[in-house]
Design a protein around this ligand. Sequence first.
Ligand code: ZN
Length: 281
Amino acid sequence: MDESLKIMAVMCHPADAIDHAGGTLCLHAQRGDQVTMVVCTHGVDTHHTRRNELIKSGRLDQVSDLEEAIREKEEEALRGMEILGVRDVRFLRLKDDVVIQSRELIEAIAKELADVRPHLLILHNPTEELGFAHQETAEAALRACDLVKTSHYVQDAGDPVTPAQIFFITMYGHTNQLSAEGRRFANVLVDISPVVEKKARALDCVASQYYTGDLGRKCIEVTNGRMGLHSSVSYAEAYQVLNPHVYSHLPANEYLMRQASNSKSSRGESLQIRLGGSDRG
Ligand SMILES: [Zn+2]
């Protein structure tokens, strides 16, 4: 498909889009697509690790006020997204201490959907652990997709209000028992190898969660490296599609064909470790 697309990612916490889909969003931005990131919560309650450590240790004189902490989280996300070439970042600023499928959250997401009318939507995976904020955000976004079809939102002009496809991020989530019993098996891989260094530099911006330096690179190596391993792709971001893809004939693409004809040695060459340790860590 040659025409440009509108891609929207609806994420729970400020760094989620970088961490989970940053390479994919970067590739779409490079392709000339319109990329929008929606961040539902400000993330300070649970994801400003440095600030929370100061509070817990009683060093209250060093703790930034809430507004300042929110700005810090947003600036990190904006800097990271800038590296990835994404400039349309929208913060809904809901609290993240308890994330539930509230009417407020659903309506806030619906408003952005109605405004952008994305062709493709990237969401967290609704099968992530029960009670985890990502799962609630994904389900709220699915409800928002229904809400924008109601008469309050639908207008006659412009692109269809319903995304053509929804891609659920396929991550480990927590590495615990609930996650092990999940149903997250990727059926779409995006080869992010050409932009993986940009993704690492974008994660360097998230100092409040200590992603800067080696931790971000380790996350990429064990997640995106593992996802691409059996497809001879150095680094891949993985998704499950909501709706079946429809074709006029059985699909095959350059990756499948190359993998089928790859020798073991060329497979080894294609699986390079491209991220060295960081001297910023
Ligand atoms: Zn998150």
